[in-house]
Design a binder for this molecule. Structure first.
Ligand code: ADP
Ligand code: MG
Length: 701
């Protein structure tokens, strides 16, 4: 790195040790290079001057030019506020300050009748426009930003107290950019990538990102910065995948044997969808390759992942191996066990269930069967990863509803044989491609992207609490047709008494209203046995309405259930709402998801309800979820899973760019596999710099 860029910022004119410490503590900026990499989060357009008489409601940030005709201080101390009346000759507008009132008052009085540029977002109140905490700039200022695109930088309250406002940062950055030579800002992307994707050179992009000369150049510069970040992210991930692949050998499942054939020809209760067939092909290629498989199988709720899992397990058995399937809850594990046992009834395959509640003789029998190889498929919960669970020859580990299992748990499965088993991770939480490509970059991804035929999409309707009567009418109609109903209450924490009381009250109310039907209750405070008894009764159709906190969220399969009522739907995330909705609509009959919320909703909740009522496509829901919440909050994933911090790009909105960047990175890896070509040297060097700045990220699986 150049001398100037690595220079400490305290040596930059006007900064000094105190400001430097604040910058370092609040924004992790310590060198001039760091400062230049602090990009503006937006630019305000100061190329146009508005007139007060042209303002309309809902206007964005804008700029006015005029004089202050009156200054008035109201209230005392903490509650004082300063109101200045501003006029540009076409009308009047109030400028209001609640903070720094005294300072502002002095500044305005000292300036007298001077002319100002005023900048801010006007709002209409009592028939007059006002701007709270506007930016002011003397119209005769030398460093006028009027007439330009003015960069806005993130700052903190503390930084502002030390004079490190957005404007001050802009000043320091402008100064630093005037000192740095173009030759000190070398290109990091290879020439081929630059020309293939028509990118702006780094040194020009850096200057333009801060101080653009036109909106078009600004967006070209931002584009380049985003591309660069995503490119290096993908380059890092591709190399990591390459290392993993060559390092880990895997069992070879060379043949498709009698179990698979018998099942396929005489036990399979339906024909596979095209999507299921494609996924099977992808998995079989992995299983025969001699490398360990690490594959993420994504498929919306009800898309038919279980049968794919079973077919893979049969492949393992046909090649002399055992398989295990791990589920996140007892209910799901026992459901899988029952389902798989039924499917395999005609085959010479022993399927067993192991959970924490299988004890004594039964447990010893199962463990012995695993050790001598007579148990072929083991289904279970976390209990499977305990040390005493030893397989004779584990060839395949299938993990259902992956996001409930941590990184460490997955790797513990590996220890169960000399060669690690193949790993298939199944998730019903659709992960947007962009996230899958980064956070799960080390997993290959297969997608079941269509539902089995004959499904009628679930109809999703929204009711305010005052219309709960209509929800009950809907339930009544479905019960009359012999269908079953879920009523779900939120449970933020297992210990939340309020929520529990809510669900219990709901249960009693439903018992009253539907007194000729059987109503059941399941909640997080029950023991697994208690839950299981009720769930089983619901599965058998003996319970008609199941009231629950979110324990039924994942995986439960009761095809006769046709109504999902979600109380306090505003308190659920989009992904959760979608998961819950997936519990119904599993047969051909029309199904309903009824969302009940308070009559009035906040903007965010309203947007979520709007999304979930307007689409049943899990991927659309997931993309929206990402957009609304940002990747840091995605259920089961974390921005902290990213190797490099993204400053310009966003996984939520730059999906297309991410795919381009991935292609570009792949082309570079292919063109210079040994990292020896001079044209790529700066790129590899930059990657190593980035990698050395971050902690070890070598294993996310
Ligand atoms: P999920 O992907 O949510 O785990 P499941 O594997 O539980 O979905 O499948 C949901 C339902 O769809 C099950 O009842 C299953 O028997 C059925 N199913 C799966 N594949 C097909 C298919 N190709 N044709 C018809 N029904 C199918
Ligand atoms: Mg499932």
């Amino acid at each position: 790195m150049s001398l100037l860029l690595s220079t400490h910022i305290k040596y930059l004119k006007g900064i000094g040790p105190v400001k430097a410490r604040t910058l370092s503590e609040d924004l992790k900026i310590s060198s001039v290079g760091d400062l230049l990499a602090h990009y503006p989060y937006k630019h305000t357009d100061r190329t146009r001057v508005w007139s007060v008489c042209d303002l309309s409601e809902g206007a964005s940030h804008l700029q006015l030019r005029g004089r202050i005709v009156d200054v008035r201080l109201e209230g005392e101390g903490m509650h004082s506020r300063l109101t200045a009346t501003f006029s540009d000759g076409t009308g009047f507008l109030s400028l209001i300050w609640f903070r720094s009132v005294k300072t502002m008052q002095k500044r305005l009085e000292k300036a007298g009748n001077a002319e100002w540029f005023v900048f801010g977002r006007p709002s209409l109140f009592n028939g007059r426009f006002s701007i709270a905490h506007p930016e002011l700039e003397p119209a005769n200022s030398k460093e006028l930003s009027a007439g330009s695109l003015d960069p806005q930088y993130h700052t903190t309250e503390r930084m502002k107290r030390f004079g490190l406002t957005s404007r001050a940062l802009g000043g320091f950055i402008r100064h630093a950019l005037s000192l740095v030579e173009d030759s000190e800002l070398p290109e990091t992307l290879p020439p081929t990538v630059m020309s293939d994707y028509g990118l702006m050179p780094f040194c020009r992009a850096l200057r333009t990102v801060h101080f653009p000369d036109s909106p078009a150049n600004l967006s070209a510069a931002m584009h380049r910065m985003k591309f660069e970040e995503l490119f290096f992210l993908q380059l890092h991930i591709l190399l990591m995948m390459q290392r993993n692949r060559t390092a880990v050998a895997g069992h070879v499942f060379a043949r498709v044997g009698p179990l698979f054939h018998q099942f396929y020809s005489s036990c399979l209760p339906f024909s596979l969808t095209e999507a299921q067939k494609r996924v099977m092909k992808e998995i079989r290629a992995d299983l025969g390759s001699g490398r360990q498989m690490n594959r993420l199988l994504q498929g919306d709720v009800g898309s038919g992942k279980t049968i794919v899992a079973l077919l893979c397990a049969l492949l393992a058995l046909d090649n002399g191996f055992q398989a295990c399937i791990m589920a996140p809850t007892e209910i799901l594990a026992s459901q899988h066990h029952r389902g798989l046992s039924e499917l395999c009834a005609a085959l010479p395959v022993r399927v067993e269930l192991l959970t924490g509640h299988v004890k004594g003789v039964r447990r010893r029998e199962i463990l012995a069967g695993l050790a001598d190889g007579s148990v072929s498929i083991l289904v279970g919960t976390h209990a499977l990863i305990e040390d005493e669970v030893r397989f004779q020859r584990l060839g395949l580990a299938i993990i259902d509803e992956q996001h409930r299992f941590g990184v460490k748990q997955r790797s513990q499965l590996w220890k169960k044989s000399d060669l690690p088993p193949h790993v298939l991770v199944m998730t019903a939480t659709p992960i947007p491609r962009t996230l899958a490509m980064t956070v799960y970059g080390d997993l290959d991804v297969s997608v079941i992207d269509s539902l089995p035929p004959g499904r009628t999409p679930v109809k999703t309707l929204h009711f305010g609490e005052s219309h709960i009567g209509r929800v009950y009418d809907g339930i009544r109609r479905q019960l009359a047709e012999g269908r079953q109903v879920y009523v779900v209450y939120p449970l933020v924490e297992e210990s939340s008494k309020l929520d529990l009381a809510d669900a219990c009250r709901g249960f009693e109310e439903l018992c009253d209203i539907f007194s000729s039907h059987r109503v059941g209750l399941v909640h997080g405070r029950m023991t697994p046995e208690q839950k299981d008894v009720t769930m089983q009764a619901f599965t058998r159709g003996e319970i008609h309405i199941l009231v629950s906190t979110t324990v039924i969220e994942v995986g439960v399969n009761v095809p006769n259930a046709s109504v999902m009522v979600i109380r306090h739907a505003e308190r659920f995330g989009l992904a959760q709402l979608h998961q819950l909705r997936g519990r119904v609509g599993r047969g051909a009959a029309a199904s309903f998801c009824l969302l009940v919320t308070p009559d009035r909703l906040s903007g965010d909740s309203e947007r979520r309800i709007q999304v979930i009522t307007s689409t049943t496509d899990g991927f659309v829901v997931a993309e929206e979820d990402l957009r609304l919440r940002g990747p840091g909050d995605m259920e089961g994933t974390a921005q902290s899973g990213l190797p490099f911090r993204l400053k310009a790009a966003s996984l939520a909105s730059d999906g297309v760019l991410l795919e381009q960047a991935r292609r570009a990175a792949a082309s570079v890896v292919a063109a210079d596999p040994d990292h020896t070509l001079p044209a790529f040297a700066p790129t590899w060097r930059h990657l190593r710099e980035l990698e050395s700045e971050t902690a070890d990220y070598s294993s996310i699986s």
